[in-house]
Design a protein around this ligand. Structure first.
Ligand code: SAH
Length: 342
C-alpha cells in the first residue's frame, strides 16, 4: 500500500497521472486530507467511483496508532505512537506562553550515540518516512481535536541523518495546500552533520535551524557526542557561518548544561569566543536525567554564572523552561519504547 502522506503535491500529481488519474485530482485529495481531515477515500465525494476504487485498492493514509498517552503536571503531553510495522516512537506536545508546539521524531532510535540522550540508548532501527513525520502531527491533531501550527523536529532521531525524507516532510508541512505551517514555525535541530548543514543552507528555506553544541572543546565533545570525531566544532561553526551568509537567518545553539562537565566559567568564555559576532543565540537547557546517564545529575549547575558570562560578551541567551520531565518527555528523554517507572 502506498501511504499518500509521503507525497508532496507534485509527487501525488505524478503518481496519479501514472495511474491515469487526472492531475487535477491531486489537489482535491490534498484538500480532503489536509483541509477537511477526511481520511476515507469513500468519503471523498468529488472523486469518481473508479478513482476511489483505485485509491482503496492501492493507497492508504497512514495515521498512527496511539498506544499510550501521558500528561505531565505542567500540561505537557507525551504520545507513544505505533507505526505500521509495530515500531514505537514518541511525540510530545508542549504548551508555551506563545501557544502549542509539537516535538516530533525523525527516526526509530538514533545512531548518534550522544552520552546524555536516551533516544540513542536502544540503538537505531530505521528512518521514518516523510509520511510518518506528517502523521505524528495529524494523529495528535485528531486525537486532541486541534490544529497545531508550531513544530520542532527535536524528538527521537537525527533529522539530517534522514535528510531526504526530512526535506519532503518540510515541503508537505509547509505547503499551503498541505498542513500549511509557516517556515518560521518549523524548527529542525541537528547534532552537526556538516555536509547537510550546507545542503540545507543552499535550499534557503525559512525554517529555523538549531545546532546541538553542548561543548566547545573537541576532545571533550568527542566524549559527549561521538559525531564530533567526524565533524569537529570548527567545521560546524564554518558551516553555520555559511548558513547565516546564505539565508541571513539566526541560528540557535543548544547547550545542555551538565554540572561539573561543561558548565564552568571557562567553558562559558570559550563559548563566547566561539560565537562572538555571529547571528545567533544560545539556548541553555539544564540537563535532564536519563536512566542510563552517567553524570552526577544532583550536582548544582552553574546556570546563572554561565549565562552571565555569555551575556557580558554580547551573546544572547535563553534558558529553556523544563517541560514534562515528570513523564520523561523533556529533551533527551524520549525513547522508542515504554520505560519502566513512568
Ligand atoms: N538529533 C538532533 C535532534 C534531537 S533534538 C539533535 O541532536 O539536535 C533533542 C535535543 O535535546 C538536542 O539538542 C539534544 O542534544 C538535547 N538533549 C539530549 N539529551 C538531553 C538531556 N539529557 N538533557 C537535555 N537536553 C538533552
Amino acid at each position: 500500500m502506498i501511504d499518500l502522506l509521503n507525497f508532496t503535491l507534485e509527487q501525488l500529481t505524478d503518481y496519479l497521472l501514472e495511474n491515469n488519474i487526472s492531475k487535477f485530482k491531486s489537489k482535491q485529495v490534498f484538500d480532503w486530507i489536509y483541509k477537511k481531515n477526511i481520511y476515507r477515500f469513500d468519503e471523498m465525494t468529488n472523486l469518481s467511483k473508479d478513482d476511489r476504487a483505485f485509491l482503496n485498492e492501492h493507497c492508504t493514509i497512514g495515521l498512527l496508532m496511539v498506544k499510550d498517552q501521558m500528561t505531565s503536571k505542567d500540561g505537557t503531553k507525551k504520545f507513544l505512537l505505533e507505526l505500521k510495522d509495530g515500531q514505537l516512537i514518541e511525540t510530545v506536545l508542549m504548551e508555551y506562553t506563545y501557544g502549542l508546539s509539537i516535538c516530533i521524531s525523525s527516526q526509530v532510535g538514533c545512531k548518534m550515540g550522544c552520552e546524555f540522550c536516551a533516544s540513542t540508548k536502544l540503538g537505531f532501527e530505521r528512518n521514518l518516512t516523510a509520511g510518518e513525520m506528517i502523521a505524528q502531527i495529524m494523529t495528535v491533531n485528531q486525537t486532541l481535536g486541534m490544529s497545531i501550527d508550531r513544530v520542532v523536529v527535536m524528538g527521537i532521531g537525527e533529522p539530517f541523518d534522514n535528510f531526504e525524507h526530512f526535506i519532503n516532510f518540510i515541503k508537505i508541512a509547509n505547503d499551503h495546500h498541505g498542513l500549511d505551517i509557516g517556515g518560521r514555525k518549523l524548527t529542525v535541530s541537528t547534532c552537526g552533520i556538516v555536509p547537510k548543514i550546507y545542503e540545507f543552507a543552499d535550499m534557503k528555506l525559512q525554517v529555523n535551524l538549531s545546532i546541538s553544541l553542548h561543548e566547545t572543546d573537541d576532545a571533550k565533545r568527542n566524549e559527549l557526542m561521538p559525531v564530533n570525531r567526524k565533524y569537529p566544532v570548527s567545521d560546524i561553526i564554518e558551516a553555520c557561518r555559511y548558513y547565516i551568509e546564505k539565508t541571513n537567518r539566526r541560528i540557535s545553539f543548544e547547550y545542555a548544561l551538565i554540572g561539573g562537565e561543561n558548565d564552568s566559567d571557562s567553558s562559558a568564555k570559550n563559548l563566547s569566543v566561539l560565537l562572538k559576532g555571529m547571528l545567533c543565540y544560545v539556548n541553555v537547557i539544564p540537563v535532564n536525567k536519563i536512566a542510563e546517564g552517567k553524570f552526577n545529575y544532583d550536582k548544582k549547575k552553574n546556570i546563572e554564572g554561565f549565562c552571565g558570562i555569555l551575556r557580558k560578551n554580547g551573546i544572547m541567551v535563553t534558558v529553556r523552561r523544563e517541560l514534562g520531565s515528570d513523564i520523561n518527555a523533556s529533551c533527551g528523554q524520549l525513547r522508542r519504547s515504554h520505560i519502566d517507572g513512568v
